[in-house]
Write a protein that binds this ligand. Structure first.
Ligand SMILES: *[C@@H]1O[C@H](CO)[C@@H](O)[C@H](O)[C@H]1NC(C)=O
Ligand SMILES: *[C@@H]1O[C@H](CO)[C@@H](O)[C@H](O)[C@H]1NC(C)=O
Ligand SMILES: *[C@@H]1O[C@H](CO)[C@@H](O)[C@H](O)[C@H]1NC(C)=O
Ligand SMILES: *[C@@H]1O[C@H](CO)[C@@H](O)[C@H](O)[C@H]1NC(C)=O
Ligand SMILES: *[C@@H]1O[C@H](CO)[C@@H](O)[C@H](O)[C@H]1NC(C)=O
Length: 551
């Protein structure tokens, strides 16, 4: 099993900076979100837990009392290693309960390294992981249910697989090569169809397939340096606040789309795609003040006008709509309009703009698993509920407001979300301003690599709209568009994730081959005095793209 895969890694790394063979572990992206009668085999044959027995350990909880929870005793964990963790979980004593895995070392307690909503009578899959800040000789990895101690937790097929930083990076690179690039062979022939050996070729990537962008604010209007800076880098945007209800209808029936329209002009003028953010925001704090006071039919009518006005005005303009923002954390509309309010929002939005992909969008889903409002299983349950309610088109929005990222956990959660088979976007990536700028940049790069290398992630947006008095958490540049460390990190990755200019000559078969990042290309062929120009595009596929140019 390992043999051929390793060979693939070798082949795919050829030509990149990783030219040496890779014999480390291959990341296992298996994930399950349905409760099963029997647990599957442990990933990696159990990894370092292969011969470890689970036993009950006394754990002192927040209130100071001792509870016995199932635990693994781990002898040595090393700093700088990424640990991927998974297990199957079943409970007794309730029909369903949130089970959390925690890691306690002699130095620190990592409150959450994975969660699962486990059930009685069938097995659920928990997937997560961790990195630790200092090596540990003795630690406990235990499972607990925070709310009800009468619940018994049973564990099966547990697995803990370590990856060195380099192995993790190799696995990312392998996925990037396999999913974000494609092999191309260009065939050059003359008018008679004779293949031409030694013809000169220059191939240039002119656009990128992967949507990568940032939030923008009205500060971009009339600001040519900001506009140029943005257009040079990004092919996707989202308006930070300017489409929100409080911005477009500050007072009842006083609709004002002036700013949004001007921002949209900038978008159109530069062939950028834009996400629509957002129709409703469930957080009462960000509901227009005049809406906060409405109830019953008045609220219903205000809500209908909002959706009608916004969606008819911008039909087909935005690629996505965040319909009911942050609904895992807040419930302004459902509390007032009943449990089906969200479903109706999605239905109405879909009728108004049938081709837009409708998104859920929430925080603390990939950032951490400590937030019990927004565990991956809650997200999935909500998504399934909407689907069963008849919502036809939808996508998974993960905000990604990180502090210290936990990459194995982030990847594990995306693996679980991938089982839904829906587009996943990282919609608001940033790193907390509680960290210094250098650290923000390091973590940002890690998170972006993780996102770009996950095959199910369809696009990445940064939450870095520029404000002269400071950005939300993180600016990429200063006010004169000189890069801050985070800006350097982004520029480095933008460069790494595009094909440089390829220059070469056709071989004895009249062909020239290379690996290119997905996107649009321009090829120029020269043979003697003759020159031909042509364009082609590389889109996602396992097959080599063949392309003919005649001189
Ligand atoms: C939990 O396990 C204990 C010890 O095995 C057992 O006495 C108890 O009945 C179990 N509780 C439930 C709810 O299954
Ligand atoms: C771990 O064990 C090693 C060797 O036994 C010892 O040198 C080291 O101090 C221990 N570290 C901790 C944190 O206890
Ligand atoms: C709409 O907003 C623009 C930009 O803020 C403002 O200049 C204009 O006066 C507003 N129009 C109305 C009718 O309030
Ligand atoms: C909303 O209600 C509060 C308290 O009932 C009132 O003080 C406030 O003026 C109202 N706001 C609006 C915009 O109607
Ligand atoms: C919500 O929608 C479902 C499915 O359409 C329906 O069966 C149910 O009665 C509705 N509930 C309420 C409170 O309107």
């Amino acid at each position: 099993m390992q043999g051929p895969l390793c060979l693939w890694l070798l082949l795919l790394f050829y030509g990149s900076s990783f030219a040496s063979p890779y014999d480390g572990p291959l990341y296992d992206s298996s994930a399950y979100t349905k409760c099963k009668r029997r647990p599957e085999e442990p990933l990696y044959g159990g990894g370092v837990l292969k011969d470890e027995a689970l036993n009950f350990q006394p754990i002192v909880d927040d209130s100071g009392s001792t509870v016995y929870w199932p635990a693994f005793v781990l002898q040595s964990l090393t700093q700088g290693t990424l640990y991927s963790f998974s297990s199957w979980v079943q409970i007794n004593g309730a029909s369903s309960a949130l089970v959390r895995a925690t890691l306690m070392t002699e130095h620190t307690t990592y409150n959450c390294i994975g969660t699962v909503v486990a059930k009685h009578g069938c097995w659920s899959f928990l997937k997560g992981g961790f990195e630790i800040t200092s090596s540990s000789n003795l630690s406990l990895l235990y499972f607990q249910n925070s709310h009800d101690r009468d619940i018994n937790i049973t564990i099966s097929s547990a697995s803990l697989q370590p990856f060195t930083k380099q192995q993790w990076r190799m696995n990312q690179q392998y996925k990037i090569n396999a999913e974000r690039k494609r092999a191309v062979t260009i065939h050059v022939s003359d008018e008679q169809g004779e293949r031409l050996q030694g013809a000169g070729l220059m191939v240039k990537q002119v656009s990128k397939d992967f949507p990568f962008g940032s939030a923008i604010a009205k500060t971009i209007l009339g600001n040519e340096p900001y506009q140029n800076w943005f257009v040079e880098r990004f092919n996707a945007a989202v308006f930070e606040n300017e489409l929100k209800w409080y911005a477009t209808e500050p007072k009842p029936r006083q609709l004002n789309y002036t700013i949004a329209d001007q921002m949209l002009e900038f978008i159109r003028a530069n062939q950028i795609i834009a996400r629509g953010h957002n129709i409703f925001w469930e957080d009462p704090k960000y509901t227009p003040e005049w809406v906060r006071n409405l109830t019953g039919s008045e609220l219903q009518s205000a809500v209908s006008s909002r959706i009608q006005s916004l969606m008819s005005k911008y039909k087909e303009e935005f690629i996505h709509w965040d319909v009911s923002n942050e609904m895992l954390h807040f419930g302004f509309y459902e509390q007032r309009l009943g449990p089906n309010a969200t479903l109706h929002f999605f239905e109405t939005a879909h009728e108004s703009d049938p081709l837009a992909t409708l998104f859920m969008n929430d925080f603390n889903v990939v950032e951490t698993c400590s937030d019990e409002s927004s565990t991956v299983d809650d997200y999935i349950a909500r998504m399934r509920e909407l689907k069963e309610g008849g919502v036809s088109m939808d996508g998974i929005g993960l905000e990604g407001h990180f502090t210290i990222p936990n990459l194995p956990l982030m990847r594990a959660i995306i693996d679980k979300l991938s089982t839904l088979g829906l587009p996943i976007w990282l919609t608001e990536i940033d790193i907390s301003s509680t960290l210094d700028k250098e650290t923000q940049a390091i973590y940002l790069e890690e998170v972006l690599r993780e996102g770009f290398s996950h095959p199910s992630v369809n696009g990445i947006m940064l939450w870095t709209a520029l404000h002269p008095n400071g950005c939300y958490q993180m600016c990429l540049t200063d006010n004169n568009f000189r890069n801050l460390p985070a800006g350097d990190a982004v520029d480095k990755l933008l460069k790494e994730w595009q094909t440089g200019v390829e220059v070469g000559q056709t071989d004895e078969h009249g062909a020239y081959s290379f690996y290119g990042f997905l996107g649009e290309y321009e090829a120029t062929v020269t043979d003697g005095k003759k020159t031909a120009k042509s364009t082609f595009s590389l889109c996602r596929s396992d097959e080599t793209k063949h392309f003919n140019i005649q001189l």
